[in-house]
Design a protein around this ligand. Structure first.
Ligand code: NAP
Ligand code: ZN
Ligand code: ZN
Length: 383
């Protein structure tokens, strides 16, 4: 079979030479495309600005979604600033966004789950190998061969890089598209696609339940969802924050106790008492101060992904056979389970709705921990 680079891709004016080379090196089928409006970063320091990209015309198994809302995850900011360059270097132009809710405007002939007009959602991944042990177990986020991330991933169909939800449309294989109940506010539901599943999944995996004492570290996008889920699962929940002005909100969101983590004597009161701690902090901080709070066989799971590695004291783990773990988003089946759970319980994210044009200011506020508790972009502002 002869592969060619689609003209549509060659026409993208602002595509940098590096991306063009990457594109040219990949096997790319001739695919029809259409233009979509978006916001992109051109470099780690450029900020985000208007950008035009090409989406593939839907194949039989694809749905085309008109994006209504897209949440702003701290991962978007890490990626735009190329803070994860040692693990997943950023390809520019970068169109972030993986908390996507929209309306189906086209469903391919083989699509079974969706029809035109349905509300649908897309999270952090748009494809995976579907054959490895992780994919077969429904844990596609841990695909051993090729996971296609929603943005800054390798686009196996068009070639080049994938573009995310800071855009007015997206085309995705229905196997990676989620159903959203009409009962959920679509803007408040958008952050469930990353902040929601990333906290739901580890709380379920480590079987958080009534009778347990659970800590959530950091009251941001992930943290406030973790707090809601840990409460919904029946645990006694303590929220750790560096921001004393978030105390009243933490209580309103369900915290049984709030600890200002900079206050050592407050921290000491909880030493050796936690069954489980979920750490959702985006920046450098002392993990040992939290390991100290776990009881015998307690687990602390990291979901926060700061730029720099953190030192861990072996003794903090040895002394009470404690465990330090990590967790990444969640599989498609579990994401749907989480969305259905939220629909049943009326759980959504607490959001600040912004226009696309306010995104650079929103990033500045996110860096200061100043968001209540997730920015969501109203994509109507792109039109
Ligand atoms: P966010 O909304 O910015 O929240 C992060 C919170 O961390 C802040 O609100 C703040 O809470 C706390 N914090 C910030 N700087 C701190 C510092 N220097 N020391 C201590 N605490 C600090 O971010 P997010 O969107 O929830 O994301 C959180 C992290 O999870 C990011 O690193 C993101 O990339 C990562 N993430 C991972 C996954 C995964 O699959 N594992 C998925 C999504 C996101 P207080 O003001 O309450 O202290
Ligand atoms: Zn995210
Ligand atoms: Zn796989």
């Amino acid at each position: 079979m002869i592969f060619t680079v689609p003209q549509a891709i060659l026409r993208i004016e602002s595509m940098e030479e590096k991306t063009m080379t990457d594109t040219a090196q990949q096997p790319v089928r001739e695919t029809k495309t259409f233009a979509a409006k978006a916001f992109a970063a051109q470099s780690a320091t450029s900020g985000l600005a208007p950008f035009s990209l090409q989406r593939r015309a839907p194949r039989p198994q694809d749905v085309q979604i008109e994006i209504l809302y897209c949440g702003v995850c701290h991962s978007d900011l890490h990626q735009v600033h190329n803070e994860w360059q040692s693990v997943m270097p950023t390809v520019y132009p970068c169109v972030p966004g993986h908390e996507i809710v929209g309306r189906v405007v086209k469903a391919g002939s083989a699509v079974k789950k969706f029809k035109e007009g349905d509300i649908a959602a897309v999270g952090c991944m748009v494809d995976s190998c579907r054959k490895c042990a992780s994919c077969l177990a429904g844990e596609e986020q841990y695909c051993e061969n090729h996971l296609t991330l929603t943005y800054n991933g390798q686009d196996t169909i068009l070639g080049g890089v994938t573009y995310g939800g800071y855009s007015d449309s997206i085309v995705v294989d229905e196997a990676y598209v989620l159903r959203v109940s009409n009962g959920l506010d679509p803007a408040g539901a958008a952050p469930l696609l990353c902040a929601g599943i990333t906290t739901y999944s580890p709380l379920r995996h480590w079987n958080v339940r009534p009778g347990q004492k659970v800590g959530i570290v950091g009251l941001g996008g992930l943290g406030h969802m973790g707090l809601k889920f840990a409460k919904a699962f029946g645990a006694r929940v303590v929220l750790f924050t560096t921001s004393p002005n978030k105390t009243a909100d933490a209580v309103r969101l369900g915290a049984d106790d709030v600890v200002i983590s900079k206050n050592k004597s407050e921290m000491d009161k909880h030493a050796g008492t936690f069954d489980f701690i979920l750490d959702a902090v985006s920046a450098e901080h002392d993990l040992n101060a939290y390991l100290e709070l776990l009881k015998l066989d307690g687990t602390m799971t990291l979901v926060g992904a700061p730029e720099k590695p953190a030192p861990v004291s072996a003794f903090k783990l040895i002394m009470r056979r404690r465990r330090l773990a990590g967790s990444g988003i969640g599989g498609i089946r579990e994401t749907q389970e989480m969305l259905d759970f939220c629909a049943e319980r009326g759980i959504t994210s607490d959001i600040e709705l912004i226009k696309m044009q306010q995104i650079n200011e929103a990033y500045e506020r996110l860096l200061k921990g100043d968001v209540k508790y997730r920015f969501v972009i109203d994509i109507a502002s792109l039109k």
